[in-house]
Design a protein around this ligand. Structure first.
Ligand code: SF4
Length: 348
């Protein structure tokens, strides 16, 4: 396979590159070191990302990205007609190179139909023939962290990793907005959802107990964060808490959520997209892991404590637990509190 770098470098000034981002917020955050590597390899190129509407918000005001293209299946880009229309629109952008960090056949078909002459990505989902620069797939289950999974593919294309640091950015207005939304004082965020499925969620009453105890011990205020589908969990936690939290679950945009998390002194969370967002902003984290693999999707920060029980069936990667959910019920409030105290007690 011809590496991408030499041939593109010759035309670096004119290069127009589009990177197809993964569809989950957490995966997209873990793909930011790869985006950074592309930017370093092609410093003068016009660099765009394609992402679904939620993931796209991560890349607004991102230093490595010049353009954000939203691919919204639910609002016109879905179905054969909508997809074709989207590809035609993409064709008008005249990209030279597509780098596919999403593994679906659809991503390669999109790049082909958009007339993009170089199409690079893992040979997954039967799409090898659609790629001009296909990379042999690596099994994610074999212990490779997701960050390295994306970087490995770029490495095979001749694009060197500049580092493994996650990167997200906020504008000054967004930071001021979070400050106004939360008000004064020190805050901890409790993020009790996980859009992947219920198996990843720790128990609401234990989140409530942890939040109450930390509020009493450290004088911090508590904000609940999450998406619209997690509103009921938020209400359960609010009812179970002794002190009144600010419940923002389902009430923030992705960008507002990013700014709120970035403003916190600590985030207590399940394995979720907001966990990776907090890691990207260097916010100390306590992350409860159950059915997922903490070695491949751990938050990439050294200011994190992962709390898990020793369930013999973990990681099962299931969305719903077929047994008694003991990977999560085995994690006690005291275990999470000890982890939180170790982070709150040692200020950076
Ligand atoms: S099967 Fe085991 S690891 Fe999977 S959710 Fe249930 S208890 Fe957890």
């Amino acid at each position: 396979m011809t590496p991408l770098l030499p041939e593109q470098r010759a035309a670096a000034k004119a290069a127009r590159i589009v990177v197809r981002m993964p569809n989950w917020i957490g995966d997209a955050v873990m793909a930011t070191p790869a985006l950074q590597a592309v930017r370093r390899a092609f410093p003068q190129a016009h660099l765009a990302v394609i992402a679904n509407p939620l993931v796209a918000e991560l890349f607004v005001a991102h230093p490595d990205c010049d353009q954000v293209i939203r691919f919204d299946k639910r609002a016109g880009d879905g179905g054969a007609r909508g997809f074709w229309r989207f590809c035609r629109r993409l064709r008008s952008e005249r990209f030279d190179l597509a780098i596919l960090l999403q593994n679906a056949f659809e991503a390669a078909a999109m790049a082909l139909l958009a007339g993009i002459p170089r199409r690079a990505g893992y040979r997954t989902d039967g799409r090898g023939l659609l790629l001009t620069h296909g990379v042999a797939a690596v099994d994610k289950k074999h212990g490779l962290h997701h960050v390295d999974y994306y970087l490995h593919m770029l490495g095979r294309l001749g694009i060197e990793a500049g580092g493994r640091r996650l990167c997200l950015a906020l504008t000054a207005d967004e930071q001021a907005g979070a400050q106004a939304l939360l008000g004064p004082g020190e805050w901890i965020a409790v993020n009790p959802g996980a859009s992947y499925g219920a198996a990843k969620r720790w128990l609401p009453e234990r989140f409530a107990a942890v939040a109450d105890t930390l509020a009493a011990e450290f004088g911090v205020r508590v904000v609940l964060t999450g998406g619209p589908g997690e509103a009921e969990i938020g209400r359960d936690i609010e009812r179970a808490m002794g002190v009144a939290p600010v419940n923002l679950i389902g009430r923030t945009s992705v960008r507002e959520l990013m700014a709120v998390l970035a403003r916190c002194r600590l985030v207590v969370t399940n394995d979720s997209g907001p966990m990776h967002i907090a890691a990207a902003f260097g916010v100390p984290l306590v992350a409860v892991f159950g059915p997922t693999d903490h070695t491949t999707t751990s938050p990439l920060t050294d200011r994190c404590r992962i709390v898990r029980s020793a369930a013999e069936c973990a990681p099962c990667m299931l969305r719903e637990c077929p047994v008694d959910h003991h990977c999560m019920t085995g994690v006690t409030a005291d275990m999470v509190l000890d982890a939180a105290r170790s982070l709150l007690g040692a200020r950076p």
